[in-house]
Design a protein around this ligand. Sequence first.
Ligand code: NAD
Ligand code: AKB
Length: 312
Amino acid sequence: MKKSLVIGANGQIGSDLVQGLAQRIGAENVIASDIREGNHGEVQFVSLDILDAPKLKTIIEEHNVGTVYLLAALLSATAEQNPMFAWKLNMEGLFNVLELAKEGAIDQIFWPSSIAVFGPTTPRENTPQTTVMEPTTVYGISKQAGERWCEYYHNKYGVDVRSIRYPGLISYKAEPGGGTTDYAVAIYYKALQEGKYECYLKSDTYLPMMYMEDAIKATIDLMQAEESDIKIRSSYNLAGISFSPVEIAEEIKKHLPDFSISYQQDFRQNIADSWPKSIDDSKAQEDWGWKNSYELDTMTAEMLKGLKRKLG
Ligand code: NAD
Ligand code: AKB
């Protein structure tokens, strides 16, 4: 069996995806890699800078890799601090993998897009799969361009590349890496550690979000779906839960009644205001049977339970 290589494995998604893949296909069939040193238990780890194309090729050949999950990228808030590097990392990393697939060295690619592909001119409620896309962040522009290139490599060279427009992801294993939706993770840490949280978004800022377990299931389901079922080669809309800071705070208060939240907006408010409030994911449901499991209440219970264990 050819192996699956996760690039950017030490990050928020990678930490859970590596374990999710190990459960589904066996730890011996998964390789974790990152620019930072990492430990993924039974799964073998190799160091890799995705911008080093020759090393990527060597790893793929030496480890008999068939599928690549490319997670290395700068996220929305961090990318705004360093737009040129964000563009370089997010685009060159993708090209390095697409080119190897074009040459036949890789069979399948997973590359994540984001709700950041949408912008202020996009309909914000129940955002359709196909609609106006005028992103205003460097991150969103890189994801939109990435989607176009994925579709191009599929149409022109037959590359089996699959993608999801993830909403903001919420998990407790690894902390998020610099996005606009990170408040919805930080709030749980602060609730348990300090009993209060100062949020950088306004109380009524609705954003599409998802619990990590759902996102990992969606990712692996998409990659294991029959090739003929995958009708969209740019990226699939995916919906989970939409909520605002005040709503997540109210849910936390059901478990921790003394918890309090205050609000102090920063530059991330503008980014959040340019993104959808909720997503229409009917194409993902129709094509490969997607359905989310977690709601705000079940996710909050799991997050607090998992974090209490983690933080001791
Ligand atoms: P993250 O920042 O938590 O992790 C990224 C990982 O990539 C880090 O471990 C980092 O060390 C590694 N990395 C950075 N530069 C690298 C390089 N040159 N070579 C190899 N590794 C490198 O990000 P994440 O939240 O896990 O997101 C993964 C992907 O999913 C990204 O493409 C992101 O845009 C996308 N995404 C994430 C979310 C979310 O809410 N987490 C939502 C939408 C899309
Ligand atoms: C971010 O906020 O940048 C990410 C995303 C939605 O792409 N979580």
